[in-house]
Design a protein around this ligand. Structure first.
Ligand code: GRF
Length: 221
């Protein structure tokens, strides 16, 4: 598939941008039906901006403090994304909570990755929450965004064990490995139509992970 035949998406980041990096890596493959049209950060110091630029992707910094209202801030983001023709917005460590208006304006077209098996451990410090709760398994989730934080139809999840001596950092790095597999796969499922949003659930019509049982995608790594 040529680059121009691929579906453009936008990626919103606030920091390191390793999930954005995993999407950009997947886009290198001619079989991957997606290209990143723009990377937007609300933080001018986000390390991910450098990576995006190195990959030749257009970047934009939109700082909340430069606007007197959240509506104006979101209007700038919305306009920049629409100009690229993006069909989906991928939140990848984007730390600002988007308003109900913005989310409803992109109904079923905004996706997010969260480092827990939602609906468990929403919000900040999901890894520490899992350790404190004493769960044996946690993981990560890619889901459609709803106005409520970390809510919306689940596209895919990966299960990751919590070990006896885990700290929030050791658990985070084990989970991150799977996040980087999940995010491009969720995008592929949505763009190809293999995943369909029906109300508050996602129906998977096909997909290679389906063959592998309850951990999805299969632990290839
Ligand atoms: C990831 O753990 C993601 O699940 C969460 O924020 C973190 C972002 O990391 N939403 P990165 O910026 O993609 O490296």
């Amino acid at each position: 598939m040529t680059n121009s035949a691929k579906t453009p998406v936008a990626v919103l980041i606030s920091g390191r941008g390793s999930n954005m990096g995993s999407i950009l890596d997947a886009c290198e493959s001619p079989d991957f039906p997606v290209r990143v049209g723009i990377v937007i950060s609300d933080n001018p110091k986000a390390e991910g901006l450098k990576v995006a630029k190195e990959n030749g992707v257009d970047t934009l910094v939109v700082k909340r403090s430069d606007y007197s209202s959240k509506a104006e801030f979101e209007e700038v983001i919305d306009k920049a994304i629409r100009e690229t023709g993006a069909k989906l917005i991928c939140l990848a460590g984007f730390m600002a909570l988007l308003s109900e208006d913005f989310v409803n304006g992109w109904h079923n077209q905004i996706i997010n990755i969260h480092p827990s098996l939602l609906p468990a451990f929403k919000g900040l410090e999901a890894h520490q929450q899992a350790i404190d709760a004493g769960v044996r398994f946690t993981g990560c989730t890619v889901h459609i965004v709803r106005p409520e934080m970390d809510a919306g139809p689940i596209i895919i999840q990966a299960v990751v064990p919590v070990t006896k001596n885990d700290t929030a950092d050791s658990l985070a790095s084990r989970i991150l490995h799977y996040e980087h597999v999940l995010y491009p796969e969720a995008l592929r499922l949505l763009i190809t139509g293999e995943a369909e949003i029906k109300g508050e659930k996602t129906i998977i019509n096909n997909g290679r992970w389906q063959k592998t049982g309850h951990v999805n995608p299969a632990p290839l790594i």
